[in-house]
Design a binder for this molecule. Structure first.
Ligand SMILES: [Zn+2]
Length: 188
């Protein structure tokens, strides 16, 4: 058997090779082999003949080396799952940042007002501006609004009892911003 440039002597059932790994003899040169760590840091102790460069592997060590070289399937699967979840986390963070972006929402609101001004005149532009205020407040201060609890909304008892994720408020702000602009353009 040849692995790379090393010739590998695999252990047989004959008594000649049933010794401890320390004083194992090369089956071809009959001199004592030295014990080395495969690839220096794999932790797999193999016997190597300094004369013919033959390598002795104990039972299961060939599988251990194959595992070391290709990686354990379980560890690989774990690494892949971790990379995947990290990617998902990054996408989620990017989405949250985008939804809460003050400059993006401000630019969209300005664009809407400008389009309203040129398409429908100053009155509709002013309405668009007024309509954009609440959504912009939602987007810009989404976290502060989300953490407001115990707000009664004039109904006598607290109607908001749990903190709302800021990203949901910001998302609602975006929907409100675009809907109000469309309504302002269509109705007036
Ligand atoms: Zn040898």
């Amino acid at each position: 058997m040849v692995l790379g440039r090393m010739s590998i002597v695999t252990g047989g059932p004959d008594g000649k090779h049933q010794r401890s790994s320390k004083d194992r003899q090369c089956p071809s040169c009959f001199i004592r082999m030295s014990t080395v760590d495969y690839a220096y840091d794999s932790g797999i102790q193999i016997n190597r003949c300094d004369n013919c460069a033959g390598v002795w592997l104990d039972q299961g060590q060939l599988e251990s080396i194959a595992c070391y070289r290709t990686g354990s399937p379980a560890v690989n699967a774990l690494a892949q799952a971790q990379a995947k979840s990290l990617g998902a986390q990054n996408r989620w963070n990017f989405f949250q940042d985008a939804v809460r972006s003050k400059s993006a929402s401000g630019a969209v609101a300005m664009l809407c007002i400008a389009i309203a001004f040129y398409a429908r005149g100053p009155e509709v532009a002013f309405r668009s501006f007024a309509f954009a205020l609440l959504p912009l407040v939602c987007i810009w201060f989404s976290d502060g609004l989300g953490n407001l609890t115990g707000v009664s909304l004039g109904l006598g008892r607290p109607t908001v009892t749990h903190a709302t994720p800021g990203v949901l408020i910001a998302l609602a702000g975006w929907i409100l911003l675009l809907c109000r602009f469309i309504v302002a353009m269509l109705l007036w």
